[in-house]
Design a protein around this ligand. Structure first.
Ligand code: SF4
Length: 154
């Protein structure tokens, strides 16, 4: 079982979210074991893109990422996505576990850009970049599916 898994740092308990908090999985034992086994690559694309923590919340709309104050932070989000992909390539990462609904990490749904807590189908900037480059992207809502795939990978 030779896989490497890229994981959103906030899911592992790192306080890197826009609000300065984390969002750890309810049960971290599986990730901690993978980390001990040297199988995890932990990152936060928004931090790698140069954004501060805490930072203004941002949402994706019409091809751009805009903060709640109206600042265009697309460039930092793109840079973070580039860095996440570079990490995947450097470590031969096949799978990623990314935080659901984030404008960077969300792989199925994101907020609609109106800051009204409205989810729509779509991908965050990093999730899309990784998927388009052959990384199998999962969220914490798809943990069972991810674990099954990894158990069958060689
Ligand atoms: Fe977590 Fe991704 Fe947001 Fe960083 S960018 S805090 S890893 S969801």
């Amino acid at each position: 079982n030779n896989f490497k898994l890229l994981v959103s740092a906030c899911l592992l308990g790192h306080p890197v979210r826009y609000d300065g908090k984390s969002k750890p999985l309810a049960d971290l034992s599986w990730l901690k074991q993978l980390q001990q086994d040297g199988k995890l690559v932990v990152m936060c694309p928004e931090v790698m893109g140069g954004l501060n923590t805490p930072r203004a919340p941002a949402e994706y709309a019409e091809g751009k990422v805009i903060t709640v104050q109206g600042i265009d932070v697309t460039e930092a989000f793109e840079k973070g996505a580039d860095q996440a992909l570079a990490l995947c390539q450097a470590h031969q990462v096949s799978h990623a576990l990314l935080k659901a609904n984030s404008p960077s990490c969300g792989n199925q749904q994101i907020y609609d850009g109106t800051f009204s807590a409205t989810l729509i189908d779509g991908e965050g900037v990093t999730a899309r970049r990784l998927r388009e480059n052959g990384v199998a992207v999962f969220s914490e809502l798809q943990l069972n599916e991810l674990q099954q795939q990894l158990n069958h990978s060689d």
